[in-house]
Write a protein that binds this ligand. Structure first.
Ligand SMILES: Cc1ncc(COP(=O)(O)O)c(C=O)c1O
Length: 364
C-alpha cells in the first residue's frame, strides 16, 4: 500500500511519525513564514511573530488538556531526562522523602537521578516481573507527607501504561512523555506533569512542563538559574533561547489535534489502533506473546515476543520489505515494539496485523 510521498509506516518509538498535514504546512512556511521574509528557524525569539507563536502554542495546549488557570506551562530544553534531575533538585529538600513508582526503564532512570539528590523511596518496583505491569495505585504503600510521588504514565520500552489518573495525598508528578495528548487527563490531580515533545507533540528539542502554582512556590530560594522552575516561569519560558522551531512544530500539531477531535478523538483512534494489533496477538494461538499484562497494555507502544530470536529477526526484515519500519523491540524486552502514537495511521496497524497473521501461519 503506497503512502503519500512514498512514506513508510513508521513504528519508531520517538522521534516518530508526525501528521502529514503538519509537515506540509511546515514545508509551506519554511522559507518565508507568514510574509516575515524568514523561516521560524531563523527568527529572533524576542520578535513579535515568535511571541505570538509561543502564546498560541501554549493557549492551544491549555485548551487540549483543559489546563486550569493556576498552572504554568513551560517549554524547556534538556529533554525529559533533565526533568529527572530538576524535579529532585527543586523539590526534594534535606530531610524529605519522595516516593518513586517504578514500572519500567524510564522510571528507573528518574529514580537514579533522585538518589543522587536525596532520599528517594522505592514505593513500588516491578523489575522482578521484567516490568510487565502497572499496578493499582491504591495498593501501593506511600509515605505520609512525601515531598512528592513520581510515576511514569506510559513506559515506552516495556509498553506498560496506567489507564487512568491516580489519586494520592502528596503532590503527584508524572512523566507523560510517551502518552501525553493520547487521552484526556485530569490535570488538577497533578502538581507537575512533564513530557518530551518527540512522541505526540512534535520533533525532539522541547520538554513541556505543566506545574501548579502552589507547588512551584515550594522551589528553593537559591537554585542554578537554568535549573530553576521559578525563573523559567517568571520569564514565560524565555529565560534563555527557547527551542523555537520545536515549539512552532508543536503548535502546528496542537492545531491539527484541535481540528481532529482533541484528546477525545485521539483516544478513540488510539484505542482502535492498539486493539487491531492486540487482537492479532491474542488470536495467534500463542505464537505471539504480549509483554504487558492485559490490564496494563499500552495504547502507544505495543510490545510482544515471537517463539525465537531467528523468527524475530525474520519478522523485522520481512516487515521492513513491505514498508513496516522500526518494529525491532528494545533489547531489554526483546521481540517487537510497535509504537503507534497519535499521528500513526490506523492503516499501518491494519497492515501490521495482516502481516502478523500471514507470518504466524507460515512459521507457526
Ligand atoms: C517515558 C519517557 N521518559 C523519558 C524519556 C527521555 O526523554 P529524552 O530523550 O527527551 O530525555 C523517554 C524517551 O523516550 C521516555 O519515553
Amino acid at each position: 500500500m503506497s503512502q503519500p510521498y512514498d512514506r513508510v509506516f513508521n513504528f519508531s518509538a520517538g522521534p516518530c511519525t508526525l501528521p502529514v498535514e503538519v509537515l506540509e504546512e511546515a514545508k509551506e512556511d519554511l522559507l518565508n513564514y507568514k510574509s516575515t521574509g524568514m523561516s521560524v528557524m531563523e527568527m529572533s525569539h524576542r520578535s513579535k511573530p515568535f511571541e505570538k507563536i509561543l502564546a498560541e502554542t501554549e493557549a492551544d495546549l491549555r485548551t487540549l488538556l483543559s489546563i486550569p488557570e493556576n498552572y504554568k506551562v513551560l517549554f524547556l530544553q534538556g529533554g525529559a531526562s533533565l526533568q529527572f534531575s530538576m524535579i529532585p533538585l527543586n523539590f526534594l529538600g534535606a530531610g524529605q522523602t519522595a516516593d518513586y513508582i517504578v514500572t519500567g526503564a524510564w522510571g528507573e532512570k528518574a529514580l537514579e537521578a533522585a538518589n543522587l539528590v536525596g532520599t528517594a523511596n522505592v514505593a513500588y518496583d516491578a523489575k522482578a516481573q521484567n516490568y510487565n505491569v502497572a499496578p493499582d495505585f491504591s495498593s501501593i504503600p506511600l509515605t505520609t507527607g512525601a515531598a512528592y510521588v513520581h510515576f511514569t504514565s506510559n513506559e515506552t520500552i516495556q509498553g506498560v501504561e496506567f489507564p487512568t489518573d491516580p489519586t494520592v495525598d502528596s503532590p503527584l508528578i508524572c512523566d507523560m512523555s510517551s502518552d501525553i495528548l493520547s487521552r484526556a487527563v485530569d490535570v488538577s490531580k497533578y502538581a507537575l506533569i512533564y513530557a518530551g515533545a518527540q512522541k505526540n507533540m512534535g520533533p525532539a528539542g522541547a520538554t513541556v512542563v505543566i506545574i501548579r502554582d502552589d507547588f512551584l512556590a515550594l522551589g528553593p530560594a537559591k537554585q542554578h538559574p537554568i535549573l530553576d522552575y521559578k525563573l523559567h516561569a517568571k520569564n514565560s519560558s524565555m529565560y534563555n533561547t527557547p527551542p523555537c522551531w520545536t515549539i512552532y512544530m508543536c503548535g502546528l500539531v496542537y492545531k491539527h489535534l484541535l481540528k481532529t477531535g482533541g484528546v477525545a478523538g485521539s483516544n478513540e483512534r488510539n484505542t482502535a489502533k492498539a486493539n487491531t494489533i492486540y487482537d492479532a496477538i491474542d488470536g495467534s494461538n500463542g505464537f505471539y506473546k504480549g509483554h504487558a499484562q492485559l490490564e496494563s497494555r499500552s495504547i502507544m507502544n505495543v510490545t510482544f515476543t515471537l517463539p525465537s530470536e531467528e523468527l524475530t529477526s525474520a519478522f523485522v526484515k520481512q516487515a521492513e520489505a513491505i514498508q513496516l519500519d522500526g518494529l525491532k523491540g528494545h533489547r531489554s524486552v526483546g521481540g517487537i515494539r510497535a509504537s503507534i502514537y497519535n499521528a500513526f495511521p490506523i492503516e499501518g496497524c491494519q497492515a501490521l496485523a495482516s502481516f502478523m497473521k500471514e507470518f504466524a501461519a507460515k512459521n507457526g
